[in-house]
Design a protein around this ligand. Structure first.
Ligand code: NAD
Length: 475
């Protein structure tokens, strides 16, 4: 059992002022894995003060110095890549396949920031002025549990690339993952105070970061509900915000799609990270006249999906992160049944032999109407809603009929046709015939899926304030 009773402030591990603790339990067995001490407002204020003090010097570092720091960070995190994978699997039951991809994404994000920093123009002439891109200040980084260290690596490396310093509040469900990343970042030998990490609850530590006048910007990934609170609470101090929120992503299967590839891809897209992914393709839009053909293919694809121990290489779906999340998924399955949708695969209760953990049955609903709650609300579990359409126009209309707009997917044997559809979808990222990631391309949501973009130059500029310097010649 691991006892985590420190925070990371001003370059060292320190005891918290807060006295509350939280149990860390295995989602596979409910066994107690550890205990974490939770920080309070005083711990948060200390971390903010350290970041503020460090900003004075760090904001004036050269590009080359910051490239060197990012390289140190990359090297330190790379050394612990296998540990990063293991702890994700242990702590929240991420299937190892997903954990490997997530760890790689974390490293790619740091590397990408080095590449961008090497060429980015921090100063340019615009009109008759010089425009300098200056670091925005202390950044509050608030992350969810589903790829905690990946988000910390991408957000922190971008903040540092810009010359900002940071206070990080990871999810309270990620204490073991946080301990590991704290060790990596400590090993990296970065200047004191440029990053600080406070374990704690959202309404305590997170809220203090959001309301504190010395924090200039919040970079948040999490639910839409919390994102709205952050905008409201941050308004008093005019916080800059980048919000990466929830999704209910449509996957349009066009009538010319090769079903032998498209159906397995659709199932993999819906159930990625056990369905606990913001970009999961949870609404599958299929031509009405193809539904009967598609049903047995869905059943076949699902029969190849293994639910079980996330440590096993061939496991596709692990447990839900918590008992609360398990119950949430059950409640949505009940809602789907009550609303009149039909279960094609899966359903209520735990899969046989997996009763000890927070496991759910991967579930596919057919005869779903897009206005049903299972089609409109983010479930965050392996539940796929199949919705039929008659025309391409109707498919686009259904895809866009959502309060979310994070990701979308189009599948067709005609790439040009898929591209035409993509241009009409209200989503921050549209993938054609694939489930891929591009660390250089902007990522973020339309509508209630967020505000702003992460990754690449779009992200860096969200940590910079443009300052125009106007000079009058011969003044
Ligand atoms: P959550 O919103 O409950 O919590 C996210 C973080 O916010 C946690 O660290 C939490 O402690 C903190 N928090 C909670 N209340 C707060 C407050 N009042 N002030 C400040 N911070 C507060 O989300 P979660 O359950 O951890 O994660 C799942 C959600 O995250 C899903 O909705 C998912 O779609 C979303 N998500 C989005 C992306 C994306 O890139 N768009 C990626 C992953 C997850």
């Amino acid at each position: 059992m691991q006892i985590i009773n420190h925070m990371y402030i001003d370059g060292e591990f320190v005891s918290p002022h807060g006295t509350a603790t939280l149990d860390i339990t295995s989602p596979v067995s409910q066994e107690l894995l550890g205990k974490v001490s939770l920080g309070d407002e005083v711990d948060t204020q200390r971390a903010i003060a350290a970041a503020k003090a460090a900003f004075t010097t760090f904001s004036r570092t050269t590009r080359d110095e910051r490239i060197q720091y990012l390289r140190q960070m990359l090297e330190a995190v790379t050394k612990r890549k296998e540990d990063l994978i293991d702890v994700m699997v242990l702590e929240y039951g991420a299937p190892i396949q997903f954990a490997c991809a997530s760890a790689q994404n974390a490293l790619d994000a740091i590397r990408t920031n080095v590449d961008i920093l090497e060429v980015y123009a921090f100063e340019q002439r615009v009109g008759r002025s010089t425009v300098q891109q200056t670091p925005v200040g202390v950044v509050g980084i608030i992350t969810p549990w589903n790829a905690s260290n990946g988000f910390i690596c991408s957000k922190l490396s971008t903040a540092l690339a810009a010359g900002c310093t940071a206070v990080i509040k990871p999810s309270e469900l990620s204490a073991l993952q946080t301990q590991l990343i704290s060790e990596c970042l400590h090993e990296a030998g970065l200047p004191k105070g440029i990053f600080n990490i406070v374990n704690g609850l959202g309404h305590v530590v997170g809220a203090e970061i959001v309301r504190h006048p010395d924090v200039a910007k919040i970079s948040f990934t999490g639910s839409t509900v919390t994102g709205k609170t952050i905008i409201r609470e941050g308004a008093a101090t005019m916080k800059r915000v980048t919000l990466e929120l929830g999704g209910k992503s449509p996957n349009i299967l066009l009538d010319d799609a090769d079903l032998s590839k498209a159906i397995p891809l659709s199932v993999a897209g819906a159930f990625m990270n056990s369905g606990q992914a913001c970009i999961a393709a949870t609404r599958l839009l299929v031509p009405q006249h193809k539904l009967e053909e598609i049903k047995p293919l869905l059943i076949e694809a699902e029969s190849g999906i293994k639910v079980g121990n996330p440590q096993e290489e061939d496991t596709n779906i692990g447990p839900m992160v918590s008992q609360k999340q398990f119950q949430r998924v059950q409640d949505y399955i009940l809602k789907g049944i009550a609303e009149g949708a039909e279960i094609l695969i899966g359903g209520l209760e735990k899969p046989e032999g997996l009763e000890a953990g927070n496991f759910v049955k991967p579930t596919v609903f057919i005869h779903v109407n897009n206005s049903m709650r299972i089609a409109q609300e983010e479930i965050f579990g392996p539940v796929l809603s199949v919705i039929t359409y008659r025309t391409e126009e109707e498919a686009i209309q259904l895809a866009n009929d959502s309060s979310y707009g994070l990701a979308a997917y189009v599948q067709s044997s005609n790439q040009e046709r898929a591209l035409q559809i993509a241009t009409r979808l209200d989503a921050g990222r549209v993938s054609l015939n694939a489930l891929t990631h591009d660390p250089m391309a902007p990522f973020g949501g339309f509508k209630q899926s967020g505000l702003g973009r992460e990754y690449g130059v779009f992200d860096l500029e969200a940590y910079l304030e443009p300052k125009a310097i106007l000079e009058v010649e011969n003044a």
